[in-house]
Design a protein around this ligand. Structure first.
Ligand SMILES: C[S@@+](CC[C@H](N)C(=O)[O-])C[C@H]1O[C@@H](n2cnc3c(N)ncnc32)[C@H](O)[C@@H]1O
Length: 230
């Protein structure tokens, strides 16, 4: 089996959960780089077919090589393209965008919304693992009409990472600053006493204490959190 770092194991676990509702049998890894996730998805038979895209030729080639070495060339396509540009989505697809900045993720999703009809988008699951700008990503998703199915966290080589699973429903909602900065699903898990999330929020609180000086959204989120904590 292809070994994955803890961060990608977390992403894979969200793919496993999404597969229960997937009908197309395709997993699309945007910004696939080394292609490890795609290989592992095929090894676990989570999909019949994977599509890898990468904006740069060298990482796309790495993905193609990994898939060929694992014997999956008949079950995969690799494109050098920006986001999902060359890939029309199908109902039941699972799209993974991991290890990228939040603004880049937003850009890729907004173009996918324009290029694919709402009917298709409502039947695609997005698994997102932003490296930064979580609050901006969550605000964008709720305003645009996505709903949060799940969010997970992990601690990998001294860094916390999070991973959101969302689906498009077309109904715009507004998040509080607390929800945007801490995550609606994670806030729920925190209230239920989830130890992993309690530890993560401790880390976020220390981080936000520093960032709040220059960021009014974080300042407001921190105030709301303290108030709700009582
Ligand atoms: C840090 S790597 C993450 C690789 C892998 N997804 C992971 O999580 O380990 C980011 C990859 O995304 C690619 N990338 C960045 N922007 C992209 C875009 N707009 N469309 C496709 N690929 C992109 C980069 O070339 C790079 O290979």
């Amino acid at each position: 089996m292809q070994i994955l770092p803890v961060r990608l194991e977390m992403v894979l676990e969200q793919v496993r959960k999404a597969c229960k509702d997937s009908s197309s049998g395709r997993i699309i890894d945007v910004g696939s780089d080394h292609g490890y996730l795609a290989v592992r998805c095929l090894e676990e038979e989570l999909a019949d077919y994977v599509i890898c895209t990468d904006i740069h030729k060298a990482p796309a080639q790495r993905s193609a090589n990994a898939l060929i070495e694992a014997g999956f060339e008949e079950h995969a396509d690799v494109y050098v393209t920006d986001g999902l540009k060359e890939v029309p989505l199908k109902a039941g697809d699972i799209v993974v965008i991991a290890g990228m900045g939040g603004l880049n993720i937003i850009d890729i999703i907004s173009r996918a919304l324009k290029d694919n009809g709402y009917g298709v988008m409502e039947n695609v699951t997005f698994i997102l693992q932003p490296q930064k700008s979580n609050d901006i990503v969550r605000n964008y998703l709720s305003k645009t009409g996505f709903v949060f199915e799940d969010e997970s966290i992990c601690y990998d080589r001294d860094i916390f990472y999070n991973c959101m699973r969302v689906v498009f429903r077309g109904i715009s909602t507004t998040m509080t600053d607390e929800e945007a900065c801490y995550g609606p699903v994670l806030l729920k898990r925190y209230k239920e006493g989830d130890k992993e999330v309690v530890e993560y929020f401790g880390h976020l609180n220390s981080l936000f204490e520093i960032r709040q000086r220059s960021n009014p959204v974080i300042r407001s989120a921190l105030e709301q959190r303290k108030k709700n904590e009582g």
